[in-house]
Design a protein around this ligand. Structure first.
Ligand code: 5GP
Ligand code: ZN
Length: 113
């Protein structure tokens, strides 16, 4: 757990959040400022700064997160959804702990803004 990391604190239960799913490797919770009717985030419990820090040692948790996304989306009955991970400030990353946004429930445009 990294000091002063908001999502490490959320994964540890030190800061409350609305839990969607949890297991020993990852935690999923609804976004505090939803950008779609369904908007949750899936994070590894271990601190990884962003996709840019994924490597051969920590990539199994990323594969696991994608299995979790598929399972939770199925359980929520989502037929169509978008998975997004912003990397760096220009792309819109505001929390520097790896997270995958899962957005659903409205029409979406492409390319994203
Ligand atoms: P980013 O901007 O880094 O791609 O995504 C960070 C996301 O975390 C944003 O969508 C923001 O609304 C969400 N967020 C920030 N602080 C909190 C919080 O304290 N609780 C929850 N549930 N979501 C948060
Ligand atoms: Zn962290």
């Amino acid at each position: 757990m990294k000091n002063d990391c908001l999502f490490c604190a959320i994964a540890a239960g030190e800061i409350p959040s609305s839990k969607v799913y949890e297991d020993e490797l990852c935690y999923a919770f609804f976004d505090i400022a939803p950008q779609a009717p369904v908007h949750f985030l899936v994070i590894p419990k271990e601190h990884i700064g962003s996709v840019a820090e994924v490597n051969g040692d920590n990539s199994p948790v990323v594969a696991h997160i994608f299995e979790v996304i598929a399972k939770v989306a199925r359980e929520l009955g989502l037929e169509s959804y978008r998975v997004v991970s912003n990397v760096g400030e220009q792309a819109g990353q505001s929390v520097h702990h790896l997270h995958f946004h899962v957005l659903s429930g409205r029409d979406m445009t492409w390319p994203p803004g």
